[in-house]
Design a protein around this ligand. Structure first.
Ligand code: ADP
Length: 319
């Protein structure tokens, strides 16, 4: 393989730039030409493709977002769209592609591989919801952004003796809520993977209040429902002053943490290695601090699950 491409697709996450940098530098290290595809699969179809050099990825390791931009592209879900993408890749003489993104982007990589075009996926999403890797690029940064916000909210919550409901990202995956809840000692953590009873939430709050707690923090993953509605119900039932904060898109931005930069560098380089070994239809990941690869098919067939031991621990520590 003498020419490979790289793109970022779907939701952006901090550390994608560090992954792009690793892909570019690793390819050049092996005397392979590297092409950046702008705007994900949309740019692949329209041919927004450019050769990258060592200097193209200078000064980006610490920046959030993605220098290649990202997009969602419905046309790419069709066979015609996928064929157009392959025509563009052929036009540029590109023989393999690194796709940095979430599970949707991996579906796209799988389709291209099925059409005979070798792809390797690098897991980049703040949700940490991709089977086959312990961590995804961006999760640690998003988690730290949440913690910083909750610490600030905690100060004002204590001063005013308030109950705070904090809604964090995670439509289908509760990892951000669970880890943030553990890291910040939340009273209650509501995640989409686990059922909950409002009566339990209320009982916990009342119990805490009765033993003199100055504030309570409840973390809700967006997939559970609206934090605002949950906050209203809590206030009605407990008569405790309750405020709601929806953290929103600040969770996607910011300079990546050291952990995310290192993870992105390792995974990006590993993806290039796989392509150069002639492997295709794989995703790279990290398990027990070892770099691994899996068939994208297998990874996508599994459902992400939260770590039950962590969930149990969060309950035991928030009595
Ligand atoms: P993420 O990668 O963050 O999960 P999306 O689910 O939005 O984000 O997927 C990103 C893009 O990947 C989509 O806009 C589309 O172009 C492509 N994609 C998603 N699912 C498929 C699919 N089943 N087949 C082909 N391409 C897909």
């Amino acid at each position: 393989m003498k020419r490979i491409g790289v793109l970022t697709s779907g939701g952006d996450s901090p550390g994608m730039n560090a992954a792009i940098r690793a892909v570019v530098r690793k390819a050049i290290y092996h005397d392979v030409e590297i092409f950046g595809v702008y705007y994900g699969y949309a740019g692949l179809i329209s041919g927004q493709i450019e050769k990258l050099e060592i200097g193209s990825v200078g000064d980006i390791i610490h920046r959030g977002g993605t220098m290649l931009y990202t997009a969602r592209c419905e046309e790419f879900k069709t066979i015609e769209g996928q064929k157009k993408a392959i025509e563009q890749l052929n036009k540029f003489g590109i023989e393999g592609l690194v796709v940095i993104g979430g599970d949707g982007s991996f579906q796209g990589a799988k389709k291209l591989t099925e059409h005979g075009f070798p792809c390797v996926g690098v897991p980049g999403t703040i949700d940490n919801d991709i089977p086959g890797t312990d961590f995804t690029i961006g999760f640690d940064t998003a988690l730290n952004t949440i913690i910083e916000a909750i610490d600030k909210i905690r100060d004002t919550a204590t001063s005013h003796e308030r109950t705070y409901v904090i809604e964090v990202m995670g439509r289908d995956a509760g990892d951000l809520a669970l880890w943030a809840g553990l890291a910040d000692g939340a009273e209650t953590i509501l995640i989409p993977e686990e059922n909950y009873e409002m009566d339990d939430v209320i009982a916990r709050l009342k119990r805490g209040h009765a033993r003199g707690k100055k504030h309570s923090i409840i973390i809700v993953a967006e997939g559970v429902g609206s934090g605002i509605d949950i906050g209203k119900e809590i206030q009605e039932q407990t008569k405790l002053e309750t405020r709601v904060t929806v953290l929103g898109h600040i969770q996607r931005g910011g300079s990546p943490t050291a952990a995310d930069r290192v993870l992105a560098s390792r995974l990006g380089a590993k993806a290039v290695e796989l392509l150069l070994e002639g492997q295709a239809g794989k995703m790279v990941g990290i398990e027990s601090n070892e770099l691994v690869s899996h068939d994208i098919d297998d990874a996508l067939a599994k459902k992400h699950a939260v770590d039950q031991r962590m969930y149990q621990l969060s309950k035991e520590l928030s009595i």
